[in-house]
Design a protein around this ligand. Structure first.
Ligand SMILES: Nc1ncnc2c1ncn2[C@@H]1O[C@H](COP(=O)(O)OP(=O)(O)O)[C@@H](O)[C@H]1O
Ligand SMILES: [Mg+2]
Length: 279
């Protein structure tokens, strides 16, 4: 039996250097420097999931827009390595972003939405349709292809939005609050989807942000805690990545029922105690 935890880090897939953002004179993000490296496990094809946990309003969505190349940071820069050759400055379209409310075009069918996304990569209409159908198949949505977003359930819309983003960006996917508004069985289903998507390619990298701690820890290989620093009782403006946990090293990478293990429960308590209300 190979050791399931054996792994080492390879090339850099995404890097943020000293990213800060001020909006309307308020410091939102401060000096965020992070790096995502390929996690290499012998004889295993596996992508990775990075979970960002932070309270509502801390700055997760703002950070995502910068990582996706949709907004420019006030200072600092983001690089990604889309073809596993060398890092380039991020630009719109290289990183998929599944926004909080799964925006699909309401006047297009699910298939129409996917085809439009696939066409953006420059392929032919025929190829775009084939890839879209294949993606719908993967997400068990083939029988919903000709429905409009308004005719889909919340879970189906979310799967549709993930499929759409996967068609237009190569290996990177950012998911903003993927667990919001879901009941517990759906949360588990989404966790399994995220895992399945990340494992379809070695370089697939999913970064998700949520203000729900447990599902983030459950699904993540690496956990980033986002929060603000305090000086005495005063909060210093601007959120940072305050701490990083390597959950693979800690033997807390996802497996069924991990949330029932003592190790998992202890980590949740540790994080809640450590960060308390500062987060
Ligand atoms: N356009 C804006 N101008 C000024 N402040 C903003 C703007 N957009 C967001 N903010 C503020 O930035 C902070 C972070 O917001 P956001 O990234 O949406 O938080 P999160 O996603 O973690 O809930 C919030 O305090 C919010 O009020
Ligand atoms: Mg948000």
């Amino acid at each position: 039996m190979p050791d399931p935890h054996e792994h080492h880090l390879g090339e850099i897939l995404l890097r943020a250097d000293n990213v800060s953002q001020a909006l309307s004179g308020t410091q939102i993000l401060r000096d965020i420097s992070v790096e995502v490296k390929n996690i290499i496990r012998p004889n295993v094809q596996q992508g990775q999931v990075i979970g960002i946990f932070g309270r509502s309003g801390v700055g997760k969505t703002r950070l995502f827009r910068i990582l996706a190349g949709l907004d420019k940071p006030t200072t600092g820069s983001v690089f990604i390595n889309p073809d596993n050759t060398h890092p380039i400055p991020v630009k719109r379209g290289l990183v998929g972003l599944v926004a909080q409310h799964y925006p699909l075009f309401i006047h297009r069918t699910l298939l129409g939405n996917l085809v439009k996304a696939a066409l953006r990569t420059g392929c032919s209409k025929k190829e775009a349709t084939e890839r879209s159908m294949e993606m719908l198949e993967n997400f068990q949505l083939s029988n919903r292809a000709n429905l409009y977003p308004g005719q889909l359930s919340g879970g189906q819309k979310q799967r549709g939005a993930i499929a759409q983003q996967l068609l237009c960006s190569k290996h990177f996917l950012l998911m903003d609050e993927p667990f919001s508004g879901l009941d517990p069985p759906m949360v588990n289903e989404v966790i399994e989807y995220i895992k399945r998507v990340s494992d379809t390619h070695e370089l697939n990298t999913i970064i998700l942000a949520s203000h729900y701690l447990e599902p983030v820890v459950e699904v993540a290989d690496t956990l980033w805690l986002m929060g603000k620093d305090k000086e005495g009782d005063t909060e210093i403006p601007g959120a940072r990545i305050k701490e990083i946990y390597d959950l693979v090293d800690m033997e807390l990478a996802w497996r069924p029922n991990i949330a029932f293990t003592q190790k998992f429960i202890d980590l949740i308590r540790e994080i809640r105690e450590k960060f308390g209300t500062v987060m």
